[in-house]
Write a protein that binds this ligand. Structure first.
Ligand code: HEM
Length: 455
């Protein structure tokens, strides 16, 4: 690591520790100062930030076989057979099944469940209310996650707070309790220890509930199976065979962890950024006005809702819920003039690279129109943005770990934005200043209060 740019002083280590919840911002500062390859101060481990899209492409996709996911040990403790925790052939087989199941439920139930969750939550709003759009968005995405994962029963409530709390707490949990040496969890002893203990305690209850849901799914015939993820995986007739018992619960748990907070927090930022910007809201409302009541017609509506699509893209550029991906080299690995030893951890940070002015003009400005202009240029036969490399924006990752829930997010996101701004004008409460906080995923550090006026 000799000669690799980056701070070396004890003060730099201390600074990183002191600002552990602002980790993304610290990385951004390091990149501004030292460039595209930076040695990140961390005791006892070689960690390197790679900020150029080409380097990111190599680590995540084209040379992914040189790396393993760093931090997987923690996931193995919680869900050893879940998609996120497995590797190699086991991962590939697991993933193929999950992708097939995901494709089926996208066609069968995601639009309907997303519409239901939005209707249910938005029906509670009243003219003149002051609400936290963070909790609104997370309620909706938890409702969708639960509805698509479990077999529906008449008494299934649209949201199940226990699971939500479990997932939220795990994403903020204490590193040392989970035994992980994650660089992003510097504040090991400071982070929500009581919450972590409760989350781990809750895991037993969660597993029991999933076990009961598996029995319920088994007791139905394939014809009766309602089309949720669990039923599809249990029966396996459409997903290349039934999923082995030990994989089932772990994968459902993985999906909950991967689906709920990521989507909920992204949508919270989207509504927050649009609040107080009448022009953005008006254009979402205009497209929202054409949203069909029939969930079956949502996909084609979504394909024409260009402004809403641009708003979601811009949100994930500026507020990537997954703000960094860490990979550990399995062999010596060369980047430019440096040869890094086996074991080096490479960080590809969405937060840093997606704010690079080389690829995005005015990178700190929330500007959905940048994506709209690119779409128009493409439609006119030009190129979207000739100078921007493909991996300048990678909110859903890349390669054989690419997010399997992107389309689900797009459904629930476009429906929530459309249904919310079609009926409401939102104004931010002046004293409210949420900032990103960097846990395993990124979430706002405070409520995002807005005042509602009926449109
Ligand atoms: C804003 C919303 C979301 C964002 C930003 C996001 C981001 C990501 C990213 C960056 C990865 C790659 C992780 C890596 O390379 O290590 C990933 C993987 C994954 N995501 Fe998402 N995700 C979102 C929503 C969802 C949803 C809604 C679901 C499920 C319905 C989901 C399920 C998964 C799963 C299962 C994986 C693991 C894939 C594998 O390891 O093969 N995600 N996600």
């Amino acid at each position: 690591m000799r000669g690799v740019p980056g701070p070396r002083s004890v003060a730099a280590h201390w600074d990183l520790y002191r600002r552990r919840y602002r980790y993304g911002e610290v990385l951004h500062e390091l990149w501004t100062r030292y460039g595209d390859v930076v040695r990140v101060p961390f005791p006892g481990r070689d960690i390197v930030l790679l900020a150029h899209p080409d380097g990111i492409h190599a680590v995540l996709a084209s040379k992914a076989h040189y790396f393993r996911i760093f931090g997987q040990d923690m996931l193995r403790r919680i869900t050893p057979w879940g998609l996120v925790a497995t590797e190699g052939q086991v991962h590939d087989e697991n993933r193929a099944r999950m992708m097939l199941a995901m494709r089926k439920i996208l066609a069968r139930c995601v639009p309907e469940m997303a519409a239901r969750a939005c209707r249910h939550r938005l029906a509670m709003l009243q003219d003149g209310d002051t609400i936290d759009v963070g909790s609104l968005a997370r309620d909706v995405t938890l409702g969708v996650a639960m509805a698509i994962l479990y077999p529906a029963t008449d008494d299934t409530p649209p949201t199940r707070p226990d699971e939500g709390e479990f997932a939220a707490r795990l994403s903020r949990s204490s590193a040392w309790l989970l035994g992980l040496p994650l660089p992003l969890q510097w504040g090991a002893f400071a982070i929500d220890t009581r919450g972590t203990l409760r989350a781990l305690g809750f895991q037993r209850k969660f597993r029991r509930q999933v076990g009961e849901a598996i029995q319920r799914a088994r007791s139905r015939t394939v014809a009766e199976a309602p089309g949720d993820m669990l039923s599809l995986l249990v029966h396996g007739s459409e997903t290349g065979g039934p999923m082995p018992e030990e994989f089932l619960a772990d994968n459902i748990l993985n999906l909950l962890l991967a689906a709920y907070e990521t989507s909920g927090n992204a949508l919270a930022w989207a509504i927050w950024e649009a609040s107080g910007r009448p022009a953005i809201q008006a254009r979402i409302a205009e497209e929202g006005g054409t949203m069909p009541d029939d969930p079956g017609a949502h996909e084609s509506w979504m394909n024409d809702a260009h402004w809403i699509d641009a708003t979601l893209r811009e949100t994930l550029r500026l507020y990537p819920s997954v703000w960094t991906l860490c990979r550990q080299a399995l062999a010596d690995y060369r980047v430019g003039e440096w040869l890094f030893p086996r074991g080096t951890v490479f960080m590809a940070s969405q937060w840093v690279t997606q704010r690079d002015p080389r690829w995005f003009a005015n990178p700190f400005r929330f500007a959905p129109e940048r994506w709209e202009e690119e779409r128009a240029a493409l439609a006119a036969g030009g190129s979207s943005n000739p100078k921007r490399p493909q991996f300048a924006s990678f909110p859903f990752g890349a390669g054989n770990r690419f997010c399997i829930g992107k389309a689900t997010f797009e459904f629930e996101g476009s429906m929530l934005l459309a249904a919310f701004f079609r009926d409401w004008i939102a104004e931010p409460v002046a004293e409210c200043r949420p900032r990103p906080r960097f846990y395993a995923t990124m979430r706002p550090d405070s409520p995002m209060m807005v005042r509602l006026r009926r449109r």
